[in-house]
Design a protein around this ligand. Sequence first.
Ligand SMILES: NC(=O)c1ccc[n+]([C@@H]2O[C@H](COP(=O)([O-])OP(=O)(O)OC[C@H]3O[C@@H](n4cnc5c(N)ncnc54)[C@H](OP(=O)(O)O)[C@@H]3O)[C@@H](O)[C@H]2O)c1
Length: 188
Amino acid sequence: MTPPRRALALEIGAGATAVESGAGATAVEFGEAPSGDFVILAVPYSAVLDVVKQYGEKLAGKTLIDITNPIKSDLSGFLIPADSFGAGEIAKVAPSDAAIIKAFNTQNSSVLAVGPARGHPLDVFIAGDDAQAKASVSAFIESLGLRPMDTGPLTMARTLEHACMLWLGLMAHSVKHGNFSLGVSLPR
Ligand SMILES: NC(=O)c1ccc[n+]([C@@H]2O[C@H](COP(=O)([O-])OP(=O)(O)OC[C@H]3O[C@@H](n4cnc5c(N)ncnc54)[C@H](OP(=O)(O)O)[C@@H]3O)[C@@H](O)[C@H]2O)c1
């Protein structure tokens, strides 16, 4: 696996995100130039397309980690047409040589902050088309004490965005709180 790179990440958006746990991540104010290899898109989906467009070629060659969920604020559905998905829309407006990796969108930041559940690292589902970028993001995830779980190509981001809706449905109707995590159980 590709080792984590130094100066790993720059986070656009200073809110509570899945990755505010060090590992080289630096939050910046909107408009500041990204300096790391990864750029974590930690803004609401409703803002992310404009942000990526405005950054434009400053994002060329970067790995863009899309943690957004294109879900309506009343949770009644998605903000995008049924034949599309958020990461795909980001890919359309990003520089052509930027790699888009969906990750972290199914994990609640407060759960990540608590850390491993019963000694097992929490799962971070990822999707993307660029194998090298995916390996680097996986190494980054492992460096945070988490377990990367590759779900396939970027089109799988649609499924991961729906998985967030699954998490929200479970929170509202079954679990009744947000202190839980979606993950994979493997037989020993
Ligand atoms: N929080 C979680 O547990 C969690 C889990 C999984 C995925 N996510 C995803 O992660 C992203 C960030 O979540 P969050 O909870 O941190 O959201 P948030 O607190 O609502 O917003 C994060 C940041 O986005 C900035 N922002 C908002 N609108 C902007 C705009 N038009 N242009 C530039 N920056 C803008 C905010 O800046 P200001 O403070 O200056 O407004 C804030 O720093 C979302 O897409 C969310 O779906 C969150």
